[in-house]
Write a protein that binds this ligand. Structure first.
Ligand SMILES: [Zn+2]
Length: 345
């Protein structure tokens, strides 16, 4: 095959970039380790996990929306790229098919960051909507998050319409909007019916996550496809003296509400990357969920961070930091446990 007058060995290219790794790097969690793996489809809104990756044929098929193809189709579709662009994207953006091995440990190609200017415009649109539609603010209040914190963090609400017009008004063409990850399926807004939390660095939005405000909206959580940031770290400056590290979106919002320098892993995966991001931070307080996954993550991070890490034990009956947010004495309880955790040993 000839692409842009370069002879590209597509068989070798696909071998260098196994479909499951590229799909995972795009933020789709695949269940299982076998030849057939499934996850939530990035091309339509679902909770069933119809998106299927076949290891033997290196092809995907979605039983929900019918999307199918190989690794290049996947990258073209998730990123809104042409075939030559997808080939360049997979092989490092230098326009030729290079033979250089990817960094050890991860052969998955990290997909490039989305356009921060577009995401910033989207977050502004959601933030304006938070003040126009009271249900978003009401939901935050039930989780113990004040309007002042919503303002400070630029939180938003997605009513499910109006984003396209706002982005067009800010000068973003239809193709840029399609490649943004903000729309799913036939063009529905990804975060419709959700409060939206931006990850900000250098005053620009790098990534977005959403939480449904009603129980009938599924999935409950949505994020932009692509690598997750360490949420909140971008707000703490180059070398924060102390970071309280937690697990989930609302754990993080709670800690910020309480005036603490916080960051969230957003799950318990990718802890090597988390430790690397915190390499210049002299003190990391771990406040993970009181379940097996949370305890295992805290133990692994303690191993990676060594003396710099201390762990907070949540009171009996409390599942996570966000759980404390709705208790009248939650903040005081957390402060006491934080003081204990930080006492010199
Ligand atoms: Zn699908």
């Amino acid at each position: 095959m000839v692409v842009a007058q370069q002879h590209v060995d597509l068989v070798a290219l696909k071998q260098r970039h196994p479909l499951a790794e590229v799909v995972t790097a795009a933020g789709v969690q695949l269940r299982g380790q076998g030849r057939v793996r499934q996850g939530l489809c990035p091309f339509h809104d679902e909770t069933a996990g119809s998106f299927t990756v076949y290891g033997d044929t290196a092809r995907f098929h979605c039983f929900g929306c019918g999307a199918s193809g190989d690794v290049l189709d996947f990258v073209q579709r998730t990123e809104g790229l042409t075939l030559p662009q997808a080939i360049r994207r997979l092989d490092g953006g230098n326009g030729t098919v290079c033979q250089v091995a990817a960094p050890r440990g991860s052969r998955a190609t990290p997909l490039p960051p989305r356009d921060p200017a577009l995401l910033t415009a989207a977050a502004r649109c959601y933030h304006r909507a938070l003040w126009r539609y009271p249900q978003g603010r009401a939901y935050l209040a039930t989780r113990g998050i004040s309007a002042a914190t919503a303002k400070r963090l630029g939180l938003g609400y997605a009513p499910g319409h109006g984003l396209r017009g706002a982005l067009a008004g800010a000068g973003f063409a239809a193709a840029q909007q399609r490649a943004s990850g903000l729309f799913v399926g036939r063009g529905a807004e990804r975060f419709a019916g959700m409060v939206v939390v931006p990850a900000v660095r250098d005053r620009q939005v790098q990534w977005l996550a959403g939480r449904a405000i009603t129980s009938d909206r599924t999935p409950r959580f949505q994020t932009l496809p692509g690598p997750k940031p360490l949420l909140g770290l971008g707000r703490l400056g180059a070398a924060p003296p102390r970071v309280v590290l937690t697990e989930g979106l609302f754990d993080w919002l709670t800690l910020v509400e309480w005036g603490l320098p916080a960051a969230a892993v957003l799950g318990t995966q990718g802890l090597d990357r988390v430790a690397a991001a915190l390499r210049s931070c002299p003190r990391v307080v771990l406040a993970f969920d009181a379940d097996d996954a949370g305890r295992a993550a805290a133990a692994q991070l303690t191993e990676l961070l060594g003396q710099r890490a201390t762990t907070i034990t949540l009171p009996p009956g409390v599942s996570d930091v966000a759980d404390l947010a709705t208790r009248p004495d939650g903040r005081a309880v957390f402060r006491r446990r934080l003081a204990t955790a930080q006492r010199p040993r």
